[in-house]
Design a binder for this molecule. Structure first.
Ligand code: FMN
Length: 307
């Protein structure tokens, strides 16, 4: 019997929905024992979020500062055959609970020399967070053999509105009566068990070498050129603004509230302004620098880390 560990964090259950879809072939099979480990911060993040609270997690999340976690329930002495990590990007970085786990001594023990598959669920921007994940896994001597992404399929500005309605008011369906439902697509969830079968085959052959290209051909890795360019801006600017806020105080402190509020206005405004411009550039870019864009899309579709 093979032991599979699923490490995950979720606030609204979407991550668990994605896990269940990918692991469907495993759950119906007595040859596998699945161990679930829900990562729980000692101080819970509220859901739905208050806007200032939502923005206040930005600095420490981008800086990768760990928070305290509840103890794990998993038996650390089990030699797991495969480990899944299901997470969400927060502000283009690995969400704080999972980032904190990855910095723990337990992670060192559990992940050392193990094949790992990441399952990401998010609005649509996960590239920079996954680069940080790759760095963590490299330091932990884990072997990233697969990455599956579940994203919202609406246009970027539409999902900017619907994600905020979802995170701040808990509204998922038809915000204001006409916006589309927020969240991971039912179509992707329906395809996910097929990827589960591919994972099962790879695990049993102990050969994951073609897994990622198979996941890509099932279209369960979403890399779009406009979002790639938009993330490129955020990746450079976010650490600067995170430092600017944290200079004024630690998480939740009154002294930094003004800077947090300014960020809460600047960020959606910048996305509103830059998103259409960048979408236009991304439509033109392949005509001018097609090889470079294609190279970038290929890079983010696979699991190795750039030098
Ligand atoms: C603080 C915070 C920051 C977020 N930042 C991003 C982001 O950078 N990129 C993205 O695509 N989605 C982002 N999201 C959206 C979540 O990743 C998304 O809503 C996720 O699907 C929720 O997962 P859950 O239902 O498993 O809790 C953010 C959400 C929160 C709460």
């Amino acid at each position: 019997m093979k032991n599979i560990l699923v490490i995950y964090f979720t606030q609204t259950g979407q991550a668990k929905q994605c896990i269940d879809a990918v692991l469907k072939p495993f759950t119906q099979n007595p040859n596998y024992k699945i161990h679930y480990e829900l990562i729980q911060p000692k101080k819970k993040f509220s859901y739905p979020w208050k806007y200032t609270e939502f923005m206040d997690v930005f600095p420490e999340n981008v800086q990768g500062i760990p928070c305290e976690l509840e103890s794990l329930k998993t038996d650390l002495s089990i030699n797991f055959d495969l480990i899944f990590i299901a997470y969400q990007p927060w502000f283009l970085s690995v969400c704080r609970p999972i980032n904190s786990f990855l910095l723990s001594t337990e992670a060192k023990q559990l992940l050392n020399n193990k094949p790992v598959i990441t399952i990401i669920n998010c609005r649509n921007m996960w590239l920079t967070a996954q680069e940080k994940m790759k760095i963590h896994l490299k330091k932990l001597n884990a072997n990233l053999v697969g990455n599956i992404t579940f994203v919202d399929k609406s246009a970027n500005l539409t999902s900017l509105v619907t994600v905020l309605a979802f995170e701040l008011s808990g509204v998922k369906e038809k915000f204001m009566g006409f916006f589309p439902k927020y969240g991971v697509s039912d179509k992707d969830l329906a395809i996910a068990p097929e990827v589960g079968i591919l994972i099962e085959n790879a695990l049993n052959k102990n050969d994951f070498s073609t897994l990622q290209s198979n996941i890509v051909s099932k279209k369960l890795v979403s890399v779009k050129s406009n979002l790639l360019l938009l993330e490129g801006r955020g990746k450079v600017l976010f650490p600067l603004y995170a430092n600017y806020i944290s200079k004024k105080g630690t998480a939740g402190s009154k002294d930094r509230k003004t800077r947090v509020r300014i960020f809460g206005i600047v960020l959606p405004t910048a996305i509103l302004i830059f998103s259409p411009i960048i979408t236009l550039v991304s439509r033109l870019a392949p005509l001018i620098v097609s090889r470079k864009i294609k190279k970038e899309i290929d890079y983010y579709s696979q699991n190795t880390l750039r030098n």
